[in-house]
Structures are given as structure tokens and as C-alpha cells.
Design a protein around this ligand. Structure first.
Ligand code: UD1
Ligand code: CA
Length: 494
């Protein structure tokens, strides 16, 4: 949470400070008060989903969270207003940790209506940056660029535009003349003529408004369109008719404005984010073979000279040191992995800590609160939960270790099971340094096995074992000489 808060910290750019000094001469406030409103109330009909559109995940987190994070790096989180409506409580709960404000648009009557509903919340600001809650790739620098252009131009409305290869579905920007920054109108796809549909400059759905101008004129919007909605885009025409300047600022990174309106668009955005993450890691010195097959979340950190093989998922807040190799088909979430660790194929790991030089897998399942020390080995079909495995210790085959503290230099034989659960409570197993546990032993907790002790194979240990002792707890072996031969001879006579 601390980390998240730091991310949402205010970053006032030099350009705003410069601008505000200039505007002080004209009597305007020294520092313009700027809010960010994020439109996130829509249902997302095109997704055919029970989950609200803005909570669908791309790049490992909800679409809306990406937009909120960007917003909260442009203004302080308490100047960010998410306009929610469809499944409002669900969206609010999912985004609570971001500590932004919420405005509820109970009935969704269009993007213009979303801003009407936010009037009271925004009235104490001079300008409002409006973002689309369904376009998660927008960057801080693009938002800042649009804001600065708006302030320089002294516009009533500034919109971010983009040249797209395929503009289908987007609103088109009608400029006053081809090279003029001024905009005549925004025309939605449905209302566009064949000639207008050929315009490749689209409206991104990101804007900056002068708050006084916006609310002085928003009442002029009508619902005279195919959806009978209040379109925020119509403000361009409203302003023009009232002699207020409307300008467009074209982005040089058009990918940032892509919206996730359909499953295919969401998957495309996810892929772009994942590839961008892989490229970043590779430029930081990490080798990722077949990056298109790897799923790496935004927060994951990997040090140089680590190799990620194909079909690996690194999720959540996973951190990996240098010189590691993460082999194929491992799914690793929220783990802390030190340097020179080898994760062999097919491991599933969550909230585990792995010390330097450890070897994990193939096919190990490390569950939360697993702490593996330097140089330790955990092998195939070994499950661990809430354990410490000491330096250089080994649990290489077919074992369950739960609620245990295991010292250094310990050998856990194949098939060893800690019986940590009595059906009601969990109990602890404590194993000292240099202990040898023979194969197929069951260790019934609560239990202590002292330093240097031995447990004979196939023992069921229920009583503490002192240091340096040998414990054997299994049926004694009988040998009946000639028994098998006699049996065979009897059978032959019949
Ligand atoms: C909108 C623009 C279009 C632009 C495109 C860019 C309008 C009329 N059109 O179209 O010009 O090219 O974005 O992506 O604005 N929302 C609300 N309340 C509502 C309706 C929508 O909060 O009553 C939210 C949605 O949740 C969404 C955003 O506003 O996050 C945009 O709405 P959406 O319906 O996706 O608009 P587009 O059809 O994409
Ligand atoms: Ca959209």
C-alpha cells in the first residue's frame, strides 16, 4: 500500500509552473486548479459480460486501474474523480485502494451526461482533464502534453486526436482547415457521411475543458442522435457556435488511445502491454525467449542476466535477481527470488521467498510463506506451505512440508510427509540442523527433531527425537526361510 501511495504522488511538471506564473499577470489564479475526471460508468454492452467493462483485466490489472494510476501521476489522487454507474459499488470496491473520489452517474445517458453529473464535484477547479476509463494505455506524458497545449492555447476545449490506420468506430475530427489547430466539430461514426468516414484523424475520448466554459454551456447539449444520449463530443460544436476556441492536439503515439470495447480489443491491448513489458526487461538486460508466449505483469522486476524460457508467467509483485534461469511452464506470483536461482520446468509458486543459488523443481508447488534458504533444493512433486528450509537442505522428491522450521544441511527423504493438521488445528514441526529423515517417513506434529538426529525410513514419528539420536518407528521385519519354495511345491502337487 505504501508503494502504491508513493506512485500516486503529485508530480507538478515544470511547464505548469511556468504557465501558472504567466497567467498570474492576467489575474487568473497563480496555480490553475486542475482535476481529472475519468468516465467509467458505461456497461460495455459489446463485451457481453457480467463484469463491468472497466474491471476487465489487461496487463494484469483492471482497465480502469491503469487509467487511475496515470491520472494520479498528473494530479494528486484527491483531485481525481472516477465517474461510475453500471455496477457502481462493485467498481468502487475494486478501486478503493487507489484513494480517488467517486461520482455516481446512476443512469448512463451518455458521455456528456457523465460530465453533467460531475458538475458539483468539479466546480471548484479551473480546468478538468477528462479521460476514458476504457482506454488503459494512455501515458502520463501524453496527458501532460494535452494539458499544456490546452493552457497555452487558452482553449475552452482541447481534445487529444490520433491518426489511425483504421479509424472505424471512432468519432472523426473535423478541423476548421487542414492545418488549423481549431476544430469545427466531432462527428460520430454513425452520423458520418462516406467522405467524413475517410478522415483518419479520430477523437481519442480524452479532453481538457475550461470548467467555467464547460458548465456555462453544457446545458446546450441535446439528445438528438441515434442513441438519444448526451454526447460530450457535441461540446465542440456548441463551443464553436458560441465563439469559444476548441483545439485538437494530435498525439504522436496513437496506440495509447486504443479503447477496449470488445474482447478482441481487450486481448489486443493486453498483448501490446505484455510485449512492451518484455521489451523493457530485455533492454534492461534480461533474456526472454519467445516473449510472445510469456505473461509478465507490469510490476515484476528482474535483474540483468536472468533468462526466462518460453511459456512462463511472472505475476503480481514478483522480483527476480540476476543470473537466474526460469524454465518453461512455471507460474510464479508475488515471489521474491534471489540471484542464481534455477527454477526447473513446471513449478507453481506463490508468495515464496527463494535464497541465492537454490534449485526448485521440476514440478514443485511452493505455497504462501515458503522460505527457501541459500543453496537449498526442492525437487519434483514437493509441496510446501509456511515453512523455512535452511541453507543447503534438500527435499528432492514427492514430499509435503507444511508449518515447519527446518534447519541447515537437512536431508528430507523421498515421500516424507509432515502431518500438520489434526482435523481441527495446525501444528508445527521443528527439525534441527544436519538431520537425516529417511524416505517415506510421516512426522506427526507437534514435533521436534533435535540437531543431527536420524529418522529411519518409513517411520511414523509421533514423539520428539533428541539431538544425535536414531528414531525408528515401524513394524519389525520377519524372515521365514524357505516359505516361498514350500508354497510353490504345494501348488504343484494339486
Ligand atoms: C467515445 C466518443 C468517440 C471517441 C471514442 C474514443 C462519444 C459520444 N464518443 O465513443 O468520439 O472516438 O470514445 O474511444 O463520447 N461512459 C460513462 N457514462 C455514460 C456513457 C459512457 O461514463 O453515460 C463512459 C464509458 O464507460 C467509457 C467512456 O465513457 O469509459 C466512453 O464511452 P463509450 O460508450 O465507450 O464511447 P465510444 O463509443 O467508445
Ligand atoms: Ca470506448
Amino acid at each position: 500500500m505504501k508503494k502504491l501511495k508513493a506512485k500516486f504522488k503529485l508530480k507538478t511538471s515544470a511547464s505548469v509552473k511556468r504557465l501558472s506564473k504567466r497567467s498570474s499577470k492576467s489575474g487568473a489564479p497563480l496555480v490553475p486548479r486542475i482535476a481529472v475526471a475519468i468516465m467509467a460508468a458505461g456497461k460495455g454492452t459489446r463485451l457481453k459480460s457480467q463484469i463491468p467493462k472497466v474491471l476487465h483485466e489487461v496487463g494484469g490489472r483492471p482497465v480502469l486501474e491503469h487509467v487511475i494510476r496515470a491520472a494520479a501521476r498528473v494530479v494528486p489522487a484527491n483531485d481525481v474523480f472516477a465517474i461510475i454507474g453500471h455496477e457502481a459499488e462493485r467498481v468502487r470496491t475494486a478501486m478503493q485502494h487507489a484513494r480517488v473520489n467517486f461520482v455516481v452517474q446512476a443512469e448512463q445517458r451518455g458521455t456528456g451526461h457523465a460530465l453533467m453529473v460531475a458538475r458539483e464535484a468539479l466546480s471548484r477547479y479551473d480546468h478538468v482533464i477528462v479521460l476514458s476509463g476504457d482506454a488503459p494505455m494512455i501515458s502520463v506524458s501524453t496527458i501532460e502534453g494535452m494539458r499544456d497545449f490546452h493552457l497555452q492555447q487558452g482553449a475552452a476545449m482541447t481534445l487529444l486526436s490520433a491518426e489511425l490506420e483504421n479509424p472505424t468506430g471512432y468519432g472523426r475530427v473535423l478541423r476548421k482547415s487542414p492545418r488549423s489547430p481549431e476544430v469545427r466539430a466531432i462527428i460520430e461514426e454513425k452520423a458520418a457521411s462516406a467522405a467524413q468516414k475517410r478522415i483518419r484523424e479520430i477523437n481519442s475520448g480524452f479532453y481538457v475543458f475550461d470548467v467555467k466554459q464547460l458548465y456555462g454551456n453544457i446545458g446546450k447539449l441535446s439528445t438528438d442522435n441515434p442513441h438519444a444520449e448526451y454526447y460530450l463530443t457535441d461540446m465542440a460544436e456548441v463551443f464553436r457556435e458560441n465563439g469559444k476556441p476548441v483545439v485538437a492536439w494530435p498525439t504522436r503515439t496513437p496506440n495509447e488511445v486504443l479503447g477496449g470495447n470488445t474482447r478482441a480489443e481487450l486481448v489486443d491491448i493486453d498483448q501490446q502491454m505484455r510485449l512492451a513489458k518484455c521489451r523493457q526487461l530485455m533492454s534492461d538486460g534480461v533474456t526472454i525467449f519467445y516473449p510472445a508466449t510469456c505473461v509478465i505483469d507490469a510490476e515484476v522486476e528482474i535483474a540483468p542476466d536472468t533468462i526466462i524460457e518460453p511459456y512462463v508467467q511472472l505475476l503480481g509483485e514478483t522480483k527476480i535477481g540476476s543470473g537466474c534461469r526460469i524454465r518453461s511452464y512455471s507460474v510464479i506470483r508475488d515471489c521474491e527470488i534471489a540471484g542464481n536461482v534455477m527454477v526447473r520446468p513446471g513449478c507453481v509458486m506463490e508468495k515464496a521467498k527463494i535464497g541465492p543459488g537454490a534449485i526448485i523443481g521440476p514440478y514443485s508447488h511452493l505455497r504462501p510463506e515458503t522460505d527457501i534458504a541459500e543453496g537449498a533444493h526442492v525437487g519434483n512433486f514437493v509441496e510446501t506451505k509456511k515453512i523455512k528450509l535452511g541453507k543447503g537442505s534438500k527435499a528432492n522428491h514427492l514430499t509435503y512440508l507444511g508449518d515447519s522450521e527446518i534447519g541447515a544441511g537437512v536431508n528430507i527423504g523421498a515421500g516424507t510427509i509432515t502431518c500438520n493438521y489434526d482435523g481441527v488445528h495446525k501444528h508445527k514441526t521443528i527439525i534441527g540442523d544436519d538431520v537425516f529423515i529417511g524416505s517415506d517417513s510421516t512426522l506427526v506434529a507437534p514435533l521436534r527433531i533435535g540437531k543431527g538426529a536420524y529418522v529411519g525410513a518409513a517411520s511414523c514419528i509421533t514423539i520428539d527425537v533428541p539431538e544425535d539420536a536414531l528414531a525408528i518407528a515401524r513394524g519389525r521385519q520377519f524372515v521365514k526361510e524357505g516359505w516361498a519354495r514350500k508354497k510353490r511345491e504345494e501348488r504343484a502337487k494339486r
